[in-house]
Design a protein around this ligand. Structure first.
Ligand code: IPE
Ligand code: IPE
Ligand code: MG
Length: 246
């Protein structure tokens, strides 16, 4: 895969896939059909990410706050669309050497969905290509709360001492453990906010906001976001253009 990459290619791209509902509304369609169209975009973007040599693609599929939507929409997303996506796409993803990982509280989602997710995770566990992270029932603050609980338990048990708590240790207790921080975070749909996404991991991510609604965000739009990223000057607080010294 590395021969496909140029050195300015972002290693980890994260996407807030927003705008499905408005896309449908503009066409006079129910919101569910906007979500269907969003899945088509997702398939194209996963394939393209792999082709251009991105190492990790993280997508925000359902936030902890999205439970506040009408039950029919929540059920459609969690109990139908995700299962359908995994069932239809898993063989192709596996064939393409993609690893699937979930970010979020997967314990507290309906068991049919959980089963499908667990199948996908175990099937693709040993793949070595694109790492495809799906953030589902995910919230950045909740992720930090969980990490804090896990670390506190270890301190109480005497497995670690308080002095050894540092940024690296906290990162290791997040859903994203082992993943480099996102280089680029894209949000489609026009809103300019983070909506509880990767709040710990995004401190030096480059942010790219576009008005394009997610179902219309085709690979050419993704390519535009990547070329915009390549022209950014990442300094990580230093003065040296290009960032880290080592
Ligand atoms: C993003 O699209 C998908 C999810 C949050 C699940 P929206 O459903 O938020 O679409 P808009 O923002 O209402 O257009
Ligand atoms: C963010 O979109 C969550 C996902 C894309 C899954 P929302 O549509 O839920 O965000 P807000 O409510 O506009 O901030
Ligand atoms: Mg939205």
């Amino acid at each position: 895969m590395d021969e496909k990459r140029d050195n300015k290619m972002p290693g980890h791209v994260a996407i807030i896939m927003d705008g499905n509902g408005r896309w449908a509304k503009r066409k006079g369609l129910p919101r569910t059909l906007g979500h269907n169209a969003g899945v088509e975009t997702l398939k194209e973007i996963v394939k393209y990410s792999d082709e251009i040599g991105i190492k990790i693609l993280t997508v925000y599929a359902f936030s902890t706050e999205n439970w506040n939507r009408p039950k029919e929409e929540v059920d459609y997303l969690i109990k139908y669309l995700l299962i359908e996506f995994l069932r239809k796409e898993i063989d192709e993803l596996h064939k393409n050497n993609v690893t699937i990982k979930m970010l979020g509280d997967i314990e507290h989602i309906p068991s049919l969905t959980k089963n499908e997710i667990n199948k996908a995770i175990s099937l693709t566990r040993n793949n070595t290509g694109l790492k495809f992270n799906i953030a589902l029932n995910y919230g950045g603050r909740g992720e930090l709360v969980n990490a804090l609980k896990d670390i506190t338990k270890k301190v109480i048990l005497g497995d670690i001492n308080v002095e050894s708590i540092n940024e690296e240790l906290i990162s290791k207790h997040l859903y994203t453990a082992g993943d480099e921080d996102p280089d680029l975070i894209i949000r489609t749909g026009g809103e300019k906010r983070i909506s509880n996404f990767l709040i710990w991991q995004s401190i030096y991510s480059e942010l790219y906001f576009t008005d394009i609604l997610w179902p219309d965000f085709k690979k050419e739009c993704f390519a535009d976001a990547i070329s915009d990223y390549k022209n950014r000057s990442r300094r990580f607080g230093s003065l040296k253009d290009g960032g880290r010294i080592c």
